[in-house]
Write a protein that binds this ligand. Structure first.
Ligand code: SF4
Length: 330
């Protein structure tokens, strides 16, 4: 039985026809060859998020979650161009952390709706109301917002970042579910910013589906992302970011897993663990923004060196400090 919430979220996402015209296998091979050739000629590196399409992950030099990709972008020395296959805020972070490189976002429309939910006005108003509380922002924010915060975090290190601060009360945004998760884990008072920020894709998961899947696969371990609801966390054996899920799936003795995060991660999990089985906790858990990056758009981006990600220097300086503080924590 589908809850009204999920119906509303599905309408909100209104997935564009992302799979409407699948690329033929031959075209895919041609494009892959052309991208590989251009990559060498232009000294480019391709970074891809765990939620990207399988063919994008397969052509990438490096696959990871936000913190892994941020580190990689910051440390990259050889390449002159970084093609960032993900969404807007991640490419911005790469441009901020490595300003000497050309950072390209293959699809301009690949924007994270959660990152748009927090405004600078809201951050400033909350700071006035809670002047002693540090502001910790999830990397899923735009550069202008990062420039207003004390330190950034990802879902992989949010607990460690908050514990590293000498403050009992913190302002935290924009994901409400992640805020509740870190409040549980740290025992600190977390004031969510905005009050109800969310990831539409992760709101699609329902515990009822997990219960049905558990009946079909009783030995399966349930892994969920902290952007999922508290109800989903309660039915999980493991709660963690996508990078933590990848480590957990490798290390734990289980052979079957029910996965509560965007479906793109299944490609990586299956490749890294060919003897284990992975089931999505909900078939429709697709981030349409992540899936906007296709091989033809990646090729066009590299060929024409579009769309160049630029962050104004006055914003970049402050946002860089917040990102670097995050990276220093772990
Ligand atoms: S999965 Fe959610 S948080 Fe991640 S990019 Fe998509 S909408 Fe944003």
């Amino acid at each position: 039985m589908e809850k009204p919430q999920r119906k509303r979220v599905k309408e909100y996402i209104s997935t564009p026809a992302i799979y409407a015209s699948p690329i033929q296998a031959q075209t895919m091979m041609d494009l892959t060859g052309k991208i590989q050739k251009l990559k060498k000629e232009k000294k480019a590196i391709i970074l891809a998020h765990n939620y990207q399409r399988a063919e994008i992950q397969d052509i990438a030099d490096y696959i990871g979650d936000s913190i892994e990709l941020s580190r990689k972008a910051m440390q990259e020395k050889e390449a002159e161009i970084i093609v960032f296959c993900a969404v807007d805020f991640m490419a911005e972070s790469a441009a901020i952390l490595n300003p000497t490189k050309k950072v390209l976002l293959p699809t301009l429309g690949a924007r994270c709706p959660m990152a748009q939910m927090l405004t600078i006005d809201e951050i400033r108003r909350s700071k006035t109301l809670h002047p002693k509380a540090p502001v910790i922002l999830y990397v899923n924010t735009l550069a202008e917002s990062k420039a207003e915060c004390d330190v950034c975090c990802t879902s992989a290190n949010a607990v460690e970042v908050i514990n590293s601060l000498d403050a009992q009360t913190v302002l935290f945004g924009p994901d409400r579910n992640l805020a509740e998760y870190v409040a549980e884990k740290t025992g600190k008072t977390i004031i969510p910013l905005p009050e109800w920020g969310f990831c539409p894709t992760h709101l699609l998961f329902q515990p009822e589906d997990v219960i049905v899947l558990k009946q079909q696969h009783p030995q399966a371990v349930v892994m969920v992302h902290p952007e999922c609801s508290g109800e989903m966390r309660k039915v999980a054996d493991f709660v963690g970011s996508t990078s933590k899920m990848c480590h957990y799936a490798k290390d734990v003795d289980a052979k079957e897993f029910i996965v509560g995060t965007e479906e793109g991660i299944l490609h990586r999990l299956r490749k890294e663990n060919p003897n284990k089985k992975f089931y999505t906790a909900y078939e429709g858990a697709v981030c349409p923004n992540m899936k906007l990056t296709t091989l033809d758009r990646l090729y066009a981006s590299l060929k024409e060196e579009k769309h160049l990600v630029k962050v104004p220097e006055n914003v970049a300086v402050k946002a860089r400090a917040a990102l670097e503080r995050m990276i220093q924590v772990n």
